[in-house]
Design a protein around this ligand. Structure first.
Ligand code: UD1
Ligand code: CA
Length: 505
């Protein structure tokens, strides 16, 4: 027989979740950047059980593949066609070693705020009281829909009655079953064998185990917890958003306790896996998702979205969208830029306003300050990419790469047609279309020479405001030239002298 103090956790995830009205299985919907099932499996793993199982049926392949991608130590148990939480646990027990005689903890795949600490507290209470079953219960303001906890005159738990099977008097009970339990494995196996399906839903209820244990004179405890959120399940998309908002509130609070400065927690969304260093300021309207890590003393936001981004100490990202990118120490991004996957910005580098980057390695101290598309490029240390530069990386068939060497200077409004190699320490003149490589120290100029055609406006735009402006400017220039000549009298300077001069003619 196995060690009676061993623990197995069975996470129930076989239900269809019809009320979600979704093509995605309920368990795979996410809050805080993790699926509901991911939250449930992590809490279960957090008590280091000897066995961890997930019971599946609806969309079994999709759900089990997802679970194994999160934690390949999970045992997948299949529920058969008999419905109900009791049958689900029975199928789970069949996948455990036949002689398992420890504690079986049952949790639900759709209760995402439950923590490992709460489960550990449940197991401790269960073992300390030598109970056959211990049920986590709660007293929500509105108990509708939950199973009610029926207590005897001595206060001991007698039974759990489902809403649909409850009498009027039982429905008035405030204390509800959270669906989270610890059971003695041997008792559970025996009791489930006796549970039938004679109830309003025609299902094999796990909750019936409670009355069976009591009828055999065994102890059943309620483990009442105050944090109702940890017992709340997701049944529809309203609850998904509600629990998502509460999880976020908890995550943002934890980030602040770890030293982040969050200006407006109400408009800041931080996923559960994110880490933020001391004194980094997160401004309003910012979403930080996935496996993002942010160093110390950074400025993030306002109105910024980071998805799987690594931000080093002292960097700033303002009003920008960044995905799968690495931002170096003291580098600056934004406002209004879009950094796509594969962007790496070096230490003290700059990506300014209205810049889009993709698969771009931008060296230490290099600058891409304004209005640029920088795709499939490597930019050397200290290089400067002028306003409006386009890295033309796509010819309609293939994507090609461009290298710009260290300390090179690409003039504004240039198009660099890839594949291209712009050597270190070179210049590209503003407005060039660069279609061949540039060597170190060279200046590349590809634009046509400028021609100025005199009198064009007077001839072709005669009488327009433009023409008038040209006349005024030409007249002013002529007067200025006259005034420069020695002995000349500026008009308005001395009208009497000018008149006298005129009279002498
Ligand atoms: C269940 C409890 C109820 C409790 C409530 C708490 C029973 C009979 N009722 O009701 O007392 O107040 O949870 O949220 O247990 N599942 C399976 N296989 C099945 C049916 C369900 O794996 O055949 C899984 C679901 O995927 C889900 C969980 O069990 O994760 C709960 O199922 P659900 O149908 O939501 O149970 P409730 O009716 O809410
Ligand atoms: Ca439920």
């Amino acid at each position: 027989m196995s060690d009676p103090r061993q623990t197995a956790v069975i996470v129930l995830a076989a239900g269809e979740g019809t009320r979600m009205k979704s093509s995605i299985p309920k368990m795979l919907h996410t809050i805080g950047g993790r699926s509901l099932l991911d939250h449930a499996v992590r809490a279960a793993r957090g008590i280091s059980p000897a066995h961890l199982e997930v019971v599946v049926r609806y969309e079994r392949d999709r759900v089990s593949e997802h679970v194994l991608s999160l934690d390949d130590g999970v045992i997948i148990a299949d529920q058969d066609e008999i419905a109900g939480t009791g049958r689900a646990v029975e199928c789970g027990l069949q996948a455990l070693p036949a002689d398992f005689a420890g504690t079986v903890v049952v949790t639900m795949g759709d209760v995402p705020l439950l923590t490992a600490d709460t489960l550990a507290g449940l197991v401790d209470a269960h073992l300390a009281t030598h109970s056959a079953a211990t049920v986590i219960t709660a007293t929500p303001a509105d108990p509708t829909g939950y199973g009610r906890v029926v207590r005897g005159i001595d206060g001991a738990v007698e039974a759990i009655v489902e809403q649909k099977d409850a009498t009027e008097a039982q429905r008035a009970i405030q204390e509800v079953n959270s669906g989270l339990y610890a059971f003695d494995a041997v008792m559970l196996r025996e009791a489930l064998a006796q549970v039938g399906t004679d109830n309003a839903q025609g299902e094999k209820y796990l909750t019936d185990v409670v009355a069976i244990a009591r009828s055999r004179g065994l102890a059943v405890q309620a483990h009442l917890i105050a944090d109702l959120w940890q017992t709340e399940g997701v049944n529809d998309k309203v609850q998904l958003a509600r629990l998502g908002a509460e999880l976020n509130r908890r995550t943002v609070e934890a980030a602040m306790r770890e030293g982040a400065i969050v200006i407006d927690p109400a408009t800041t969304w931080i996923d559960a896996d994110v880490t933020i260093g001391h004194d980094t300021v997160v401004h309003p309207g910012t979403q930080i998702h996935g496996a993002t890590t942010i160093g110390r003393d950074c400025v993030i936001g306002p109105d910024t979205t980071l998805i799987d981004v690594e931000v080093a100490d002292g960097a700033s990202v303002v009003r920008s969208q960044v995905e799968l990118a690495v931002i170096g120490p003291r580098a600056t991004v934004g406002p209004f830029s879009y950094l796509r996957p594969g962007t790496r910005l070096g230490a003290e580098g700059k990506i300014g306003g209205f810049v889009e980057t993709k698969n771009a390695q931008i060296g230490d101290g290099a600058k891409v300050p304004h209005l640029t598309y920088c795709g499939d490029a490597t930019i050397g240390e200290g290089a400067n990419i002028g306003a409006g530069t386009i890295f033309a990386n796509y010819d309609g068939i293939t994507k090609e790469h461009t290298d710009v060497g260290a300390y090179s200077f690409v003039g504004s409004n240039s198009v660099i047609v890839a594949p291209r190699d712009i050597g270190a320490g070179s210049y590209v003149a503003a407005g060039s279309a660069v279609v061949s490589d540039v060597g170190p120290g060279q200046l590349a100029v590809t634009r046509a020479a400028q021609r100025n055609i005199d009198g064009w406006v007077a001839r072709r735009r005669s009488g327009t405001r433009t023409d008038q402006a040209a006349h005024q400017a030409n007249a002013a220039a002529a007067e200025a030239k006259l005034a420069e000549q020695p002995g000349a009298v500026a008009p308005g300077d001395d009208w009497a002298a000018a008149d006298a001069k005129e009279a002498q003619r």
